[in-house]
Design a protein around this ligand. Structure first.
Ligand SMILES: *Cc1c(COP(=O)(O)O)cnc(C)c1O
Length: 417
């Protein structure tokens, strides 16, 4: 459920017509809905009832400070994958004690910053990383709270680029190797073993792979208990899918219920952390873009818009499908069978392919479901300034990131003497 909808013939974000935002801020421009972010966060949070839990928004899905601030105010924690994301969370008013630090390639500097800030848990992805975290912690005179990320080897049935819990993926530690690693960790002076976790992929549309993963992680928990290694935190990562077109992703409530049922059946009382990114932010954002030209080709027509792959990479990177609609319906336009493409000099530069769209030059189009993995993947390819970002809250509109200026794009560069 989101708070974007037509009233008569105009598409609104909450109480604000999208065409009014485009007029004021220009295009291309990302627009986020405060009420939608809030609603999606609350569904996860409330599904847990009394069960001890943390909902840690995956910052890599959308790191805008205002988005993080909205979630922080609701009580969210954050899942980060870099020192940069930690800095963002702190700048947005988030507390390090609510942060979990994931990722396969943490540098010594990032580990030190995370420990100094006091993050709740570092997710360990290899024996080598464990050694490094121990060494950094000892050099700082800290004890690093850690959990080991298990690779449960389950197939999430999603795009191969966003499947992360298969044996052949770079993520996590095989379940069979985990007990040995936990024994090592328990003996390290700079390490405090507190948790265990997994994250099997993104845009999952079924509950079953999550359940398989939980069972496998709990098998490890049971093995550890025999060795008297007791944990307090179970982190199940993110991955709940959203509806882009006709997918039927699990309701977060059903997903949480399914997990809690497994925990109860197995007499497990660990606090649960979830790290949803897409499920909270995906349908809370749209991209506004103006039609520049209609170009008729021998095979099909091209609707050339002012947003491109540098603004929204998902179609080029994952062949992702995003709904594209006209912001204001009518006056009547001729229906086109077309590709919606940007100005970037790549054939992979498309927003949508093989669509039926009735638009003309000057019209405003809206690319939906881009609140996650949208702006965060934007680049300056072709020396294009990245778009503005706007947050709508009721009838209020806030520019939460100014459009970049061309001069900013090369201000850090120098000419030779
Ligand atoms: C990407 C990622 C997430 C968020 O995934 P979504 O599919 O956006 O929910 C959570 N945890 C980890 C470790 C991740 O890498």
């Amino acid at each position: 459920m989101d708070h974007f909808g037509y009233r008569q013939d105009r598409l609104y974000a909450e109480e604000v017509p999208l065409s009014a935002i485009a007029e004021r801020v220009g295009t291309p421009c990302y627009v986020y809905s405060h009420a939608t972010l809030e609603r999606h966060y609350r569904v996860f949070d409330e599904a847990f009832g009394d069960w001890p839990h943390h909902i840690c928004f995956a910052v890599k899905a959308n790191g805008n400070l205002a988005v993080l601030q909205v979630l922080e105010r609701l009580g969210a924690g954050f899942d980060i994958v870099s020192g940069g994301e930690l800095a963002r969370v702190l700048a947005a008013g988030g507390r390090a004690s609510n942060v979990v630090f994931s990722g396969v390639g943490k540098s010594s500097d990032e580990i030190a910053k995370a420990l100094t800030a006091g993050v709740r848990i570092l997710s360990i992805e290899s024996g080598e990383e464990l050694e490094r975290v121990n060494a950094v912690a000892l050099s700082l005179g800290h004890k690093a709270p850690i959990g080991i990320r298990i690779n449960p080897d389950v197939d999430p049935n999603t795009h191969p680029y966003i499947a992360t819990g298969l044996r052949e993926n770079k993520f996590g530690v095989p379940a069979a190797d985990a007990p040995e690693l936990y024994r090592k960790a328990s003996a390290m002076a700079g390490i405090e073993v507190v948790g265990i976790g997994c994250h099997i992929g993104s845009q999952l549309t079924e509950i079953a792979p999550f359940c398989d993963a939980v069972e496998r992680v709990l098998d490890v928990v049971d093995t550890l208990a025999q060795d008297d290694i007791r944990l307090s935190h179970l982190d199940l990562g993110g991955g709940v899918g959203i509806r882009y077109s006709d997918e039927t992703p699990p309701d977060p409530k059903d997903y949480v219920q399914a997990i809690l049922a497994i925990l109860k059946r197995r007499n497990c009382d660990l606090a649960v952390t979830l790290e949803p990114g897409r499920a909270i932010a995906g349908n809370a954002g749209v991209l506004l873009s103006s039609v520049e030209y209609i170009k008729s080709g021998p095979e099909k027509d091209f609707v050339i818009v002012d947003a491109a792959m540098n603004d929204l990479l998902r179609p080029a990177l994952y062949q992702a499908w995003h709904e594209v609609v006209r912001a204001d319906r009518g006056p009547d336009r001729k229906m086109l069978t077309c590709d919606v493409v940007g100005p970037v000099c790549e054939t992979g530069d498309f927003i949508a392919r093989d669509r039926q769209l009735a638009v003309a030059p000057g019209d405003l189009v809206v690319v939906r479901s881009v609140g996650a993995y949208g702006f965060v993947m934007a680049s300056n390819y072709n020396t294009r300034p990245r778009p503005a970002e706007v947050m709508v809250d009721g009838d209020q509109l806030y520019v939460v990131r100014e459009r970049e200026q061309t001069a900013d794009l090369f201000s850090a560069e120098t000419l030779l003497p």
